[in-house]
Design a protein around this ligand. Structure first.
Ligand SMILES: Nc1ncnc2c1ncn2[C@@H]1O[C@H](COP(=O)(O)OP(=O)(O)O)[C@@H](O)[C@H]1O
Ligand code: SF4
Ligand SMILES: [Mg+2]
Length: 345
């Protein structure tokens, strides 16, 4: 862990491989490299957006960070301010501290709530199972947090089926907040919601983050959402981080051809100068059979021979702006105006 107190979470060489097994004896014939050698530092109080197409490993990364998944390799260290926790090898007491410090918000507010538990039970559960509060104190804490997320105390005895999608996601947020965590990993928290509700939930998350000095890792396939909420953006492709930088800088001056591709797909007002831009055809590679060299080369319009021969490493091109492309210095890529007032901008 760096001595830097500003770093809340440090991720080094993180890998998560899923075995592909075949035959009667379930022999492992290959691995899906869902997360492959990811290095990342999350700063205290920031919103780090993680963006990439479906299947690029975002959920797997998030689940490794909250220890839902056991990583295949690498290190994760959490500095809570009071304690430095080795997340990949937590002892019993440390695991309890970790569970209080890091929480997750899930994509699907329908599937992530137990239909047989009312709001008080659902939101109070992390307090109960982590022995943080019980009885009267638990009820008071749940009542407080439920109001912070825009619900009412009268809702405490109701069951999930009586709530709308947006309200259910508010319950999911309350459940994450109730233990007063340092870090929240939000995995596509608005993707299952109506567009009209998405902005409300994003604004709620933004307000809570500012009020409670929270740190978010915010995962989404939707670049518009990532633009709206993030301070820094990490771009994932085929299990790897291909670009990482401050939002304004990365949006205005992307350094990786894949980021340029993602930005070209963001809905925009008609751009007369360039005409209508389209996303380059092509699919992400099979994570069990990655191409040699650069994982993006099968879709990259700037690829040269070297791209098939040598794998680019993530390197710091400008202060705080990291990219893994052999030709990042030479390419002049198209970005977007970083300021967004609304999601549709
Ligand atoms: N539990 C699992 N077992 C096997 N393969 C998985 C599992 N979870 C995810 N994968 C595979 O890992 C890759 C990354 O998936 P995921 O992390 O869900 O991506 P994303 O969230 O970016 O859509 C996909 O190829 C997916 O099929
Ligand atoms: S290394 Fe080559 S293939 Fe990969 S992104 Fe850069 S130019 Fe494209
Ligand atoms: Mg996902």
């Amino acid at each position: 862990m760096s001595a830097n107190h500003d770093v809340l979470l440090e991720v080094e060489g993180l890998r998560k491989y899923f075995p592909i097994q075949k035959g009667f004896f379930k022999k492992t014939v290959a691995y899906i490299k869902a997360v492959d050698d990811v290095n990342l530092r999350v700063r205290r109080g920031e919103v780090l957006g993680v963006v990439g197409e479906s299947g690029c490993g975002k959920t797997t990364l998030g689940r490794c960070l909250v220890r839902v998944y056991e990583p295949t390799g690498g290190n994760i260290v959490l500095n809570t301010g009071d304690q430095v926790l080795p997340v990949t090898e937590l002892s019993g007491e440390q695991m309890r501290t970790f569970r209080r410090s890091v929480q997750m918000i899930f994509q699907d507010p329908y599937a992530s709530l137990n239909p047989r538990m009312n709001v008080l039970e659902t939101v109070g559960e992390p307090l109960r199972v982590n022995h943080i509060a019980s009885g009267r104190e638990l009820e008071e804490r749940v009542a407080k947090v439920i109001q912070q997320v825009g619900l009412r105390v009268e809702h405490l005895r109701r069951y999930p089926h009586s709530f709308s999608g947006g309200q259910r996601q508010r319950i999911g947020i309350a459940r994450a907040l109730v233990v007063e965590p340092k870090l929240i990993v939000a995995d596509e928290p608005v993707s299952a919601l109506d567009v009209s509700i998405q902005a409300q939930i994003l604004n709620l998350l933004k307000d809570l983050q500012a009020q409670q000095e929270l740190t978010y890792i915010f995962v989404s396939h939707n670049m518009s959402v990532i633009r709206y909420i993030s301070d820094r953006i990490a771009v994932m492709y085929a299990g790897k981080l291909v670009e990482l930088g401050p939002k304004e800088e990365l949006l205005a001056r992307p350094k990786h051809p894949y980021t340029e591709l993602l930005l070209a797909a963001v809905p925009r007002a008609v751009d007369r100068r360039r005409g209508h831009r389209t996303v380059t055809a092509g699919e992400p590679p099979d994570l069990a059979r990655l191409p040699s060299g650069c994982v993006f080369r099968t879709r990259c319009k700037y690829a040269h021979d070297r791209c098939a021969e040598e794998e680019p490493q993530l390197r710091e091109l400008e202060t705080g702006h990291f990219v893994s492309c052999h030709f990042a210095e030479e390419l002049s890529l198209g970005g977007v105006v970083p300021r967004v007032k609304s999601l549709a901008a």
